[in-house]
Write a protein that binds this ligand. Structure first.
Ligand SMILES: NC(=O)c1ccc[n+]([C@@H]2O[C@H](COP(=O)([O-])OP(=O)(O)OC[C@H]3O[C@@H](n4cnc5c(N)ncnc54)[C@H](OP(=O)(O)O)[C@@H]3O)[C@@H](O)[C@H]2O)c1
Length: 312
């Protein structure tokens, strides 16, 4: 496994496994296979609704003693309804309880968006059919509550997800603990080089999500796994297109968290560590950028996280 050193001096495995839309009844088995295959980094979130099943497998694995808790990097994320500083610890503790892992290696603010917290803990509270029920809580207040989680030992490090440069600037200077990671959508069709460069300069590691172009959303979306250039490079190296897409991230210095539940996908993805892309391959893939987002809250929450509404 390759590791990347963070601004906290912690070492994170460059390759992890994602769990969004990994269905209950399948996700536990997927994590078991991933750990047996060699994965030591799991990307979770309260919102994914499957942390309890992942927790069962983690407990079983650590109880058996073959793999120790400290050898597995576990990330989770604060859901949007827990942004109020008085709710942040609750949001974190629910996750740790479900994952049965004692502490988190990394806890991220999932989105720079705060939803109303209702008594029934509705994860997607709506005002009406087209409008989410949002609340105005400055990100820096949520961030300071995240810092307390480190101080009391619930989490080893804290970071952000889906933050643009502008949102990072809202917290960066005032932060006592700087974010270690910004987890963002990243793949050849959405390379976000400017944001990546800004993060690198400020000691914030990039984790690439949806590196394979994700499995959901619209059918008419372009397919990264069938892109002719990716297919050509995969053929040349005699490996799968997924391996090219994942290794491309690692060779750019990003950590990457492809999601998979099929055993053959999990194993295929892990094998990417053996692939070595040439400088020419890297350059060729870089030409594929087309600023295409698979995951945009403008489409599913009608919230303009990326300041794109006026550009449409
Ligand atoms: N922070 C955020 O807001 C955010 C947003 C989105 C995602 N994420 C994280 O990033 C992870 C990855 O992103 P994602 O789930 O959107 O999509 P992704 O990893 O780009 O794609 C997952 C899809 O690719 C398939 N796949 C996996 N390995 C494959 C292989 N070797 N060959 C062919 N197909 C393969 C999977 O199939 P099977 O599952 O059937 O094996 C699944 O359908 C998520 O699971 C989540 O942990 C975070």
């Amino acid at each position: 496994m390759e590791y990347i050193e963070l601004n906290t001096k912690q070492k994170i495995p460059a390759l992890g496994i994602g769990t969004y839309r990994s269905p209950k009844g399948e996700v536990g088995k997927a994590i078991k296979i991933a750990l047996e295959t060699g994965f030591r980094h799991i990307d979770c979130a309260y919102f994914y609704g499957n942390e309890d099943e992942i927790g069962e497998i983690l407990k079983e694995t650590f109880d058996q003693g073959k793999i120790k808790r400290e050898d597995v990097w576990i990330t989770s994320k604060l859901w949007n309804i827990f942004h109020d500083p008085k709710d942040v610890q609750e949001g974190c503790e629910k996750t740790i309880k479900d994952l049965q892992c004692g502490y988190l290696d990394l806890f991220l603010i999932h989105w720079p968006v705060c939803f109303e917290k209702r008594n029934d803990l509705d994860l997607l509270p709506r005002k009406d059919e087209n409008t989410m029920s949002t609340v105005d809580i400055p990100l820096i207040e949520t961030w300071h509550a995240m810092e307390k989680l480190v101080e009391i030992g619930l989490v080893k490090s804290i970071g952000i997800s889906n933050f643009t440069k502008e949102r990072i600037e809202e917290i960066y200077e005032k932060a006592k603990i700087k974010p270690v990671i910004n987890q963002i959508e990243n793949h050849p069709y959405l390379q976000q080089e400017e944001l990546c460069e800004y993060c690198r300069k400020n000691g914030i590691q990039i984790t690439a999500y949806s590196p394979l172009g994700t499995s959901h959303f619209k059918k008419e979306n372009p397919s990264l796994l069938q892109d002719p250039i990716i297919l050509e490079i995969a053929k040349k190296h005699n490996v799968s297109p997924a391996q090219i897409l994942i290794k491309w991230q690692i060779q750019r210095g990003n950590t990457v968290i492809p999601k998979a539940v099929k055993p053959e996908h999990i194993k295929d993805n892990f094998e990417c560590l053996k692939v070595k892309l040439t400088e020419e391959d890297m350059k060729q893939i870089a030409t594929l950028d087309r600023h295409f987002r698979f995951v945009n809250p403008l489409n599913f929450w009608n919230i303009d996280v990326y300041g794109e509404a006026n550009k449409k």
